[in-house]
Design a protein around this ligand. Structure first.
Ligand SMILES: Cc1ncc(COP(=O)(O)O)c(C=O)c1O
Length: 403
């Protein structure tokens, strides 16, 4: 192998808008033996319904081998679109099968929305904090991101309105339910206000909802899309992104999008020269899985396990870290979002805390990279999803030693 450096190529200028992730640097350290990791954003692989998926893929190959292995329509495989429409109906969203398109993960839906909507220099409002990949993706299209503050009830709608008036954004991107990383859920009253603001200011609101089904106790308020029937004129201003990743399997890469027909048609056009279609084998498998009716059982299981882990982590944090941290116990999703208070002269910088934590053998993600602007350096994200309770307790005790 040559040890020569690669010649530099004239890369597209758009890449200059995107930094390599600070988080990736941290992930390099995770390979250290014995590290307990609260850093990932993944569901727990041990909870995957392997038997259900095996049966589904076999059925897809037995009953529909042609479509399952052939190229497929860019809009998605109709039997899956029908199943997804039914799946959404259970959460109060009325949509026909051709009112949604299947995407390769919801990540692709976000990329297609970016591609169809964002010109260089366009203002886009996101939550502070928000999903890192969306920050990067929208920046790649040249978005000038504006950060709207979030509290325990989700995005602050008074600030959101002020920012919409000031910046006249192309779109507003929200994760209203069990946000990543904030864990926060937008209250019902605020949801209605967001819909009113969309209509009043004629602005597209992207509702990213991969975690909405992962609730621990009672169900969260209905999605913006479901509530749009109560606010005249708002439905066409919502672009809803759903995903099977967190409830079934991220490896399937099956997500979907519901939006007004014109926006969806443009997204489909872009998808044609992106991946042509989402894997037909994955779509046929997902359709068979949903048709077999295994989803409610699978959801019951993951909700229960994640609820126990979230509770164990929350209690341990209060016990081991006391007033050095503050956080709101999440009601669903995969994350606890916490803030170092600096009480009693204890550490207040989460980047520094992350380094000390690695030395103690525990990893998490500092919060700063999740802010498009004005990062709050005292914040950090802990995932409780992939770690058993014993290791959660051990890991949080190590966090206590890193203070
Ligand atoms: C808020 C949010 N949106 C979208 C995604 C992308 O999920 P997928 O492409 O697997 O559907 C994730 C994954 O972590 C996420 O946290």
């Amino acid at each position: 192998m040559s040890s020569q450096p690669h010649p530099s190529l004239p890369y597209a200028a758009r890449l200059n808008n995107v930094e390599t992730s600070a988080i990736r640097e941290l992930f390099k350290l995770l390979g250290k033996p014995g590290i307990i990791s609260f850093a990932g954003g993944f569901p727990d692989a041990a909870l995957f319904d392997v038997q259900g998926m095996r049966e589904a893929v076999n059925k897809a190959l037995d009953e529909e081998p042609g479509p399952a292995l052939q190229y497929g329509a860019s809009e998605g495989y109709d039997p899956l679109r029908m199943q997804l429409a039914q799946f959404m109906a259970a959460t109060g969203i009325e949509v026909k099968h051709d009112g949604l398109i299947v995407t390769t993960g919801s990540q692709q839906a976000l990329d297609l929305i970016g591609k169809t909507m964002i010109d260089p220099g366009d203002k886009v409002i996101v939550e502070g904090p928000t999903f890192l990949a969306t920050i990067q993706c929208f920046r790649l299209y040249g978005a000038d991101l504006v950060s709207a503050p979030v509290d325990a009830d989700g995005v602050r709608v008074d600030e959101l309105e002020r920012l919409i008036e000031e910046h006249k954004p192309k779109l507003v991107y929200l994760i209203p339910t069990f946000g990543n990383p904030s864990g926060a859920t937008l209250s019902l009253a605020r949801r209605k206000r967001v819909l009113e603001l969309a209509v009043k200011h004629n602005v597209l609101v992207v509702e990213d909802n991969p975690y909405g089904d992962l609730y621990f106790g009672k169900a969260p308020p209905p999605s913006l899309l479901a509530l749009s029937s109560e606010v005249p004129g708002s439905r066409d201003l919502i672009a809803y992104c759903g995903s099977l990743s967190k409830v079934l399997s991220p490896g399937l890469r099956v997500g979907w999008m519901v939006a007004q027909p014109e926006l969806m048609a443009r997204c489909v056009m872009c998808k044609q020269f992106n991946d042509a279609a989402t894997s037909t084998l994955a779509q046929a498998t997902a359709a068979q899985y949903l048709k077999a009716g295994r989803m409610p059982q699978a959801l019951d299981k993951v909700r229960k396990v994640y609820a126990e882990r979230a509770d164990a982590m929350g209690q341990a944090l209060r016990r081991e870290l006391g007033d050095a941290v503050e956080f709101t116990a999440p009601q669903g999703g995969l994350f606890i979002w916490a803030r170092l208070t600096g009480a009693g002269g204890k550490i207040a910088d989460a980047g520094e805390f992350a380094k000390r934590a690695i030395e103690q053998g525990v990893a998490f993600v500092p919060g700063a990279p999740f802010f498009a602007k004005d990062a709050d350096k005292s914040t950090f994200r802990l995932s409780f999803a992939t770690v058993g309770i014993d290791r959660i307790l051990d890991g949080v005790a190590r966090l206590g030693k890193a203070l």
